[in-house]
Design a protein around this ligand. Structure first.
Ligand SMILES: *[C@@H]1O[C@H](CO)[C@@H](O)[C@H](O)[C@H]1NC(C)=O
Ligand SMILES: *[C@@H]1O[C@H](CO)[C@@H](O)[C@H](O)[C@H]1NC(C)=O
Ligand SMILES: *[C@@H]1O[C@H](CO)[C@@H](O)[C@H](O)[C@H]1NC(C)=O
Length: 237
């Protein structure tokens, strides 16, 4: 009886917390009046991506945000043109140390990695750090017609001679990749829009991968809750 009660509370709390781990898209503001059209909370490493994509010119402007695991850490965001893997990723890496500039890396193997040109013309590589997060900004020119990408992201603890050291091999580090449809994602409502003029209606498209992930975990939490509730009553009576 007491065990089932404990069980009930444990799972209820677990399901409550599991859906509130990731950084949320709202409540973000970037310096220099930088704004983006779309946002997606990524399902691993508490990361978030904001972007503006212009399909007519294939230009992508992005801000990737994640908490680096240490004060001397790094964060990376990449497009892999071929598959959802680290190898082959065309990566952008930013460092918590402001003296090290963000750079591009063509990831051809496991460590060590070194800066190199990548498949996509890249400009405006910048980084910005707060007490809790590091953000990487970049503009990429994608091949015409590419709107759905394989995105791979990562964080690491340390840097040696200006180069990122190998990341952890925890489940979160190994699962941090997903498809991203650049024409979808959560619409960002900027602080500049006045409350009286309604924000443009979000497109009637399906939610992003991260959005549906969140929805799924909410549904799962509800279902779990009812199963536990039901079991709890069976134990009681
Ligand atoms: C941001 O926008 C405001 C209002 O448009 C302007 O006064 C300010 O100079 C801008 N700041 C930067 C850094 O561009
Ligand atoms: C993500 O955030 C949660 C809650 O703040 C924290 O418990 C967890 O360790 C973080 N995960 C990573 C990989 O930083
Ligand atoms: C990245 O590395 C691969 C494998 O070595 C090579 O084929 C490709 O040309 C490189 N890309 C660029 C932009 O240098």
């Amino acid at each position: 009886m007491a065990t089932s009660l404990l069980f009930f509370f444990f799972f209820s709390f677990a399901s409550l917390f599991s859906s509130s781990m990731a950084l949320s898209c709202s409540s973000f503001s970037f310096s220099n009046n930088r704004t983006f059209v779309s946002c997606s909370s990524l399902p691993h490493l508490n990361a978030t991506i904001h972007w503006t994509f212009d399909p007519s010119t294939s230009s992508l402007s992005l801000a990737f945000t994640a908490p680096p695991p240490s004060s001397s850490g790094w964060i990376a965001w990449a497009i892999n043109p071929n598959s959802l893997t680290m190898i082959g990723s065309q990566a952008l890496i930013a460092f918590n140390d402001p003296t090290i500039k963000p750079q591009t890396f063509n990831i051809t193997g496991y460590s060590p990695i070194k800066p190199s040109p990548i498949d996509f013309p890249t400009s405006d590589l910048q980084s910005e750090s707060s007490s809790t997060h590091l953000t990487l900004f970049a503009k990429l020119k994608l091949p015409q017609g590419l709107t759905s990408i394989n995105q791979v992201w990562q964080v690491g603890t340390s840097v040696t001679s200006g180069l990122p050291d190998k990341h952890e091999m925890l489940p979160d580090n190994l699962q941090s990749m997903s498809k991203l449809d650049l024409t979808k994602g959560q619409r960002v409502t900027t602080a500049t829009s006045t409350p009286t003029s309604p924000a443009p209606a979000p497109p009637s498209s399906a939610p992003s991968a991260a959005g549906s992930h969140r929805l799924l975990s909410k549904v799962r939490a509800r279902v779990l809750f009812f199963i536990e509730f039901f079991l709890f009553f069976i134990y009681l009576f």
